[in-house]
Design a protein around this ligand. Structure first.
Ligand code: ARG
Length: 595
């Protein structure tokens, strides 16, 4: 279905054509002066140059042609040559009603049917998941859902960091703690135990301890490096420990991502790509792209148009150890083989920008991806505390995700109790439902607090602000949806029927404002999709919520005496609810039944 702007543009084009002007000047936008009009066309200004006429003469003649069009309540020419449009209530009501009958409210994506890999999450196995990985999970999940909504075949991959030095550190720390284990007996030739030699809490304690030790003890660090290399060259004992680390760690990571309502289609990691490395490097050497430099194998990535010097991409170190870039390149080899993606979207801290520039350029130069493949790095900023520094716990440590989530949930629960007291309700409702509701609202607070910012920017994590039921917050959006749900269910309880009601032309200013916001759905979604920008959806649902609440405060809905009018209200309420629910789902946010 055409967007409402396209529909208006079609009409304005007729006007330009009929007056002998090129229709390319008939571009329509949402008005930037909502006090004057709803839509505008500034094309007469540009057309003036081509036709050597004063812009207002052009605007005047177009407006004269279009006056009386049923789509417009008014169309005016305003000097020096603006065309200001106010649409008619009938036109708006019909458009909204049509939206309600279409799949995805009539949204037609500008690009679709592509195969897309979204590489997000990026947790490092055996290291606890901390807030640093939160943004990747939250933004990536939303980007994945938006891509899918646009009709693409989307594959989300967690791409675990599972092949680095942390593995060597854990192996050596384990050796120091439990030297009696068969993995450390060189003469052992039997089957290694099926049960892991540690629990998740031990594992979580082993890594930081080993990491600390390696900073004070060079010999230990050296041993860890060697163990990592041994693992990477297939040593049986190291591999057996690695398997235990992975099993224990993945189970815990899954639980954490589940709690965030984030899920992946693939649970692959850097380790999976390793088998593709030798051939890939050989191919780059054969193509004359990779060469030896100071003992390492590198590929130049500098391009003529670069304004600064970019270092070559190192694809192999002198000791043969796997590098971050090599793993990412080999992962692309694997993904090409398995999925032939048209595009790749990576989420990571924006400080990894150079890494991704290197990887993308090498992938193109070496022909690992199709020449027209799209490779996008969505670098995100840091989540800061109120002091403007990277978010930490009170004692200065890195905050664990589980703790963060439970803190938010507690904050929400206490706000819910306060609200209940204010309303004079019994506060005995710390039932399972209240707890589940607080969980959903807490997650919404956390996710919306993140997603409502442009991803590349740093933001301040402010638990009080994020959990507020007022202002541009997740809880406010949910509160609005729950309010609509509750009106609809009262209507149904009174014997009403919500489905298949016709949306009527808006009958008040506040209803028209709501209608004007709802009809923007397709444009907003497409723009959020094309730019991989969930914050645009947040801005939109905040606008919709505000105009809805304006309408709600202005209008007697259930007590409306005119039954037909009431049905019209219920119809626009249902559509508002469906649109908001669709939008929050694209953000990875769920809505409770009650709040
Ligand atoms: N594991 C990495 C980290 O913690 C993030 C991985 C990002 N994805 C990628 N394909 N390199 O920094």
């Amino acid at each position: 279905m055409e967007t409402i702007i396209e529909k208006i543009e079609d009409i304005v084009k007729e006007g330009f054509n009929a007056c002998g002007y090129d229709e390319k000047y008939a571009r329509v936008t949402v008005s930037n002066r909502p006090d004057l009009c709803e839509y505008q066309c500034n094309g007469a200004m540009a057309a003036a140059k081509e036709y050597g006429k004063a812009p207002f003469l052009i605007a005047d003649s177009v407006v004269e042609r279009l006056a009386g069009n049923v789509a417009f309540k008014s169309i005016e020419s305003v000097k020096p040559g603006f065309i200001n449009i106010i649409v008619s209530e009938d036109f708006l009501g019909t458009y909204l009603d049509d939206m309600g009958h279409e799949d995805k409210f009539g949204y037609v994506p500008s690009v679709t049917d592509k195969t897309v890999i979204v590489d997000y999450g990026g947790a490092n196995a055996a290291k606890p998941l901390h807030v640093g990985h939160l943004r990747s999970a939250v933004i990536g999940e939303s980007v994945k859902r938006i891509q899918r909504f646009a009709g693409n075949k989307v594959i989300g991959d967690v791409h675990l960091g599972d092949w680095g030095l942390q593995m060597g550190l854990i192996i050596e720390e384990l050796r120091d703690r439990k030297p009696e284990l068969p993995y450390f007996d060189e003469s052992f030739t039997g089957e290694y135990p099926a049960d892991p030699p540690f629990t998740i809490s031990e594992l979580e304690e082993i890594y930081p301890a080993a990491s600390r030790k390696s900073k004070e003890n060079d010999q230990f660090l050296e041993r860890a490096h060697n163990a990592t290399l041994k693992l990477q060259s297939g040593d049986r004992a190291c591999r057996a420990i690695w398997n235990h680390i992975m099993n224990v760690s993945k189970k815990d990571l899954k639980k954490n991502y589940d709690n965030l309502n984030v899920s992946f289609d693939l649970w692959k990691g850097e380790s999976d790509a390793q088998t593709y490395i030798p051939d890939m490097i050989q191919d780059m050497i054969d193509k004359g792209l990779a060469y030896e430099s100071q003992g390492a194998t590198v590929v130049d990535i500098q391009e003529d148009t670069d304004s600064k010097e970019l270092p070559p991409c190192i694809i192999r170190k002198s000791d043969g150890a796997a590098l971050y870039a090599t793993s990412d390149l080999a992962t692309i080899v694997e993904r090409e083989r398995d999925y032939h993606p048209d595009s790749y979207i990576y989420l990571a801290d924006k400080r990894q920008e150079l890494h991704f520039t290197q990887v993308f350029r090498v992938a193109k130069k070496a022909g690992i991806v199709k020449p027209d493949a799209s490779l996008t790095f969505l670098g995100f900023g840091t989540m800061n505390g109120k002091d403007g520094k990277p978010f930490k716990t009170r004692d200065g440590g890195t905050m664990r995700l589980e703790i963060l989530i439970s803190d938010i949930q507690k904050a929400v629960l206490s706000k819910m109790e306060d609200n209940a007291k204010k309303k004079g309700q019994e506060d005995g409702d710390s039932s399972g439902e209240a707890y589940e509701t607080a969980r959903m609202i807490g997650l919404a607070a956390l996710k919306y607090g993140d997603l409502s910012n442009q991803a590349s920017k740093d933001y301040v994590f402010d638990i009080d602000r994020f959990t507020s039921f007022e202002g541009n917050t997740g809880p406010y959006i949910l509160y609005t949806i729950v309010r609509i749900k509750s009106i609809l269910s009262k209507y149904v309880q009174a014997g009403g029927e919500c489905n298949n009601l016709k949306i009527m032309p808006p009958s008040s200013d506040s209803e028209k404002n709501l209608a004007l916001a709802l009809v923007r759905f397709s444009e907003v979604i497409d723009s959020a999709y094309m730019d991989n920008a969930p914050h645009k959806i947040c801005q939109y649902i905040y606008d919709v919520s505000n105009v809805f609440n304006g309408f709600y405060h202005d209008t007697k809905i259930l007590s409306e005496a005119d039954e037909e009018k009431k049905k019209g209200y219920i119809a626009i309420l249902s559509l508002t609810k469906d649109i908001l629910l669709t939008c929050i789902d694209l953000l990875g946010i769920e809505c409770p039944e009650r709040m």
